[in-house]
Write a protein of this length. Structure first.
Length: 207
């Protein structure tokens, strides 16, 4: 019980178990460096994506709908402690997802094809490779969502929650407006999350 009570130890143990599974894989299949490098990038991309989208859905399915029901004297526990910590992992999950995704697309030589929606060769026979169109749609939706996190949701949440104590003098009306903007763009990201995930999974399994 003491072991499970320490999150750091649990995370380290989880990585150790994953490394043991790598050993099992190598024992059964042998080790192919380039193949395993691409797999590792994809795995890290998915790990960060789970963190990002999981917290996006936590905010939209749990925290935001529940806050009006929380007694006023208890709300500061959420806005002062839980939300800032969740936003930390939320925004860095988004950053890790986009960075590992771009590196993976570059290493697998479809970055330009994906971001151009398979138009890099022109309109003749478009889409030339439907998989590039599918992954491109997913990458564009993910990029828009990442932009919303870092340049709209996070700056406005800093104002709304006075994160870091930098916005203690903000007017109540401006604080409310910042919270409304952050919520609206969080809902936009929730709207985009399912088609983004469909495009990503479809590119790997339907084409």
């Amino acid at each position: 019980m003491a072991f499970l009570g320490n999150l750091r130890n649990v995370v380290i143990a989880s990585f150790v178990l994953a490394i043991l599974l790598v050993g099992v894989y190598c024992a059964l299949q042998g080790f192919d460096g380039p193949t395993f490098e691409l797999f590792t990038l994809r795995w890290l991309h998915v790990v960060c994506g789970v963190m990002w989208i999981g917290l996006l859905w936590y905010f939209n399915f749990v925290q935001i709908p529940t806050m009006p029901k929380v007694p006023d004297e208890l709300k500061k526990g959420v806005t002062g402690y839980i939300a800032p910590q969740a936003l930390f992992w939320f925004r860095w999950g988004a950053m890790g997802t986009i960075l590992f995704g771009i590196v993976l697309a570059f290493r697998e030589n479809y970055l330009i094809e994906a971001y151009s929606l398979d138009l890099s060769q022109g309109l003749g026979g478009w889409p030339v490779v439907p998989k590039f169109l599918a992954i491109g749609i997913g990458m564009w939706l993910g990029t828009i969502m990442w932009f919303n996190v870092w340049f709209v949701i996070w700056p406005n949440q800093q104002k709304a929650l006075n994160i870091g104590g930098k916005f203690s003098d903000i007017a109540p009306a401006d604080k409310a407006a910042a919270a409304k903007t952050a919520t609206m763009f969080s809902r936009i990201n929730t709207l985009l999350s399912l088609p983004m995930l469909f495009s990503m999974v479809a590119a790997g399994h339907l084409y």
